[in-house]
Design a protein around this ligand. Structure first.
Ligand code: ADP
Ligand code: MG
Length: 459
């Protein structure tokens, strides 16, 4: 095992042990933000975000950490805490060891930079510029009804569907419509990440008193919208807070709207109370739009941008970008940009150039099988193993990486991707989430994913 892997494995085991011992709030507030730095002379060195939190962790949890270490095979005997400042200061000496850490913001969601992002409703998303087709008719109708009678119909509303298919657009359209009405209702739109960060921050600031300001903020609104709720998976105290917020708003007859990239029952590690509340909502989906709707969306966007593009050209683009409206919009933006740059009307050459940049043409032709083959060659493992039953890490990781890449590049439903490996769609979801997590934290996985993608896209 490499040094990095060993550190990570020990740390994960440590977390699983502590998660049982420590109450969930304490775990989220104090232990989650910690970062293992290295093992040196049988001492596990761990960084805490600030000197104050370091002191707190030592006071509260040091005995538990030591006990946990003893229970893990092959773990160092001692543990030593430093603050992130010390970890990032090459001159700081810890136990005779120069502690140089490379702080990765991505794995530290609770560090200062990311707290209190503004939660805004963007006026550019409204019902008028949302193109309705078979793929989103139900979601549109439900959102419209909610905006006209918040708290009265379809409460809560739960919108789910793949990336870039209009969930956020619809939520923001509800927010804009309610704000425009003369009702003076209080509207709050946040991503679940903002909710989580503000919650954790409020606990930390409250220092054991209570976090009334946070509660007042979230329980005092008439319309609360939380986007991308799949991210509260594995966040027990945030889930609990959402549950209580939910109950308070429900009792007061206030409207709630949630969006997620999957159904409530497919969000892993979700408190059963929260899951059942989500599931009892009106659950509506947004699907990938058909060609006709895609053309209509492009027409609408071109019109909004006050650019004249022939329907033929829009059709050409719509035929080649099928699974994600945001990407299709990206291609259109590029087309408009190039037309201005070259000072000529949008023509086939411009469309082709813009599409080439997005490599969507090639993506359309790549098959799941090719990705599996390529991944097997890359890791030098047998295809029969990767699509077979083996569970050792040497096979599981390539399998999960292949699932991840297929999901990203091939417009196949999760069920179908699962079938390629003789598995359920939930396994694909798990693989996707696992690998996207690893991409942020493990440079080897990140490199492998990028290399394999580069190989399959080049063909
Ligand atoms: P999601 O939240 O589902 O990932 P978004 O709501 O952010 O997706 O949508 C991505 C982009 O696609 C946005 O710019 C949005 O305006 C646009 N879009 C999605 N669906 C439609 C639609 N039906 N009509 C017009 N634009 C749409
Ligand atoms: Mg969104």
């Amino acid at each position: 095992m490499t040094e990095m892997n060993e550190l990570e494995t020990i740390w994960q085991e440590m977390l699983s042990t502590l998660e049982i011992e420590v109450n969930s709030l304490g775990f989220d507030v104090w232990i989650k933000p910690l970062r293992p730095i290295r093992i040196e002379e049988d001492v596990l060195i761990v960084a805490s975000p600030t000197p104050a939190s370091k002191a707190e962790v030592i006071a509260k949890y040091l005995p538990l950490f030591k006990e946990a270490l003893r229970s893990i095979d092959g773990a160092p005997k001692e543990i030593s805490f430093i603050s992130e400042d010390e970890a990032n200061d090459p001159s700081a000496v810890v136990k005779g060891v120069t502690a140089v850490g490379t702080a990765d913001e991505n794995v530290q969601p609770d560090t200062d930079k990311r707290k209190y992002e503004p939660s805004t409703i963007n006026p550019k998303y409204n019902f008028e510029n949302f193109v309705v087709g078979g793929c989103n008719r139900m979601a549109y109708a439900a959102a419209k009804a909610v905006s006209e009678n918040p708290g009265q119909v379809y409460n809560p509303l739960f919108i789910y569907g793949g990336v870039g298919l209009g969930k956020t657009h619809l939520m923001q359209a509800i927010g804009n419509a309610v704000k425009m009405s003369e009702t003076n209702l209080k509207v709050l739109y946040v991503s679940s990440e903002t909710f989580l960060n503000e919650f954790v921050e409020s606990i930390r600031n409250a220092k054991g008193v209570n976090n009334q300001a946070f509660r007042d903020k979230y329980r005092g609104v008439d319309l609360l919208m939380i986007d991308d709720v799949q991210f509260i998976s594995k966040k027990p105290s945030t889930q609990e807070e959402i549950f209580h917020t939910f109950e308070a708003l429900q009792t007061a007859g206030k409207q709630m709207v949630f969006a997620s990239d999957r159904l409530p029952q497919d969000i892993p590690d979700l408190d059963s109370r929260v899951r059942s509340r989500f599931a009892s909502s009106l659950v509506v989906d947004v699907q990938a739009p058909d060609l006709e709707t895609r053309i209509a969306i492009l027409q609408r966007k071109a019109q909004d941008a006050k650019v004249n593009i022939s329907v033929n050209m829009l059709e050409y683009i719509a035929e080649r970008v099928s699974s994600n409206i945001r990407e299709m919009e990206g291609v259109l933006t590029k087309v408009i940009f190039m037309s201005k740059l070259y000072e000529r009307r949008v023509d086939l050459a411009i469309c082709q150039e813009a599409l080439n940049d997005y490599r969507v043409q090639e993506c359309d032709e790549i098959t799941a099988d090719e990705i599996i083959d390529c991944t097997c060659r890359y890791f030098n493992v047998a295809k029969s193993d990767v699509i077979g039953k083996k569970k050792n890490k040497e096979i599981v990781e390539p399998r999960q990486i292949a699932m991840y890449i297929i999901n990203e590049l091939v417009p196949l439903p999760l069920e179908k991707i699962g079938e390629c490996f003789g598995r359920e769609h939930t396994t694909v979801i798990h693989a996707r989430d696992k690998i996207s997590g690893l991409i942020a934290s493990d440079s080897k996985v990140k490199t492998a994913v990028n290399d394999i993608k580069a190989i399959v896209l080049r063909k």
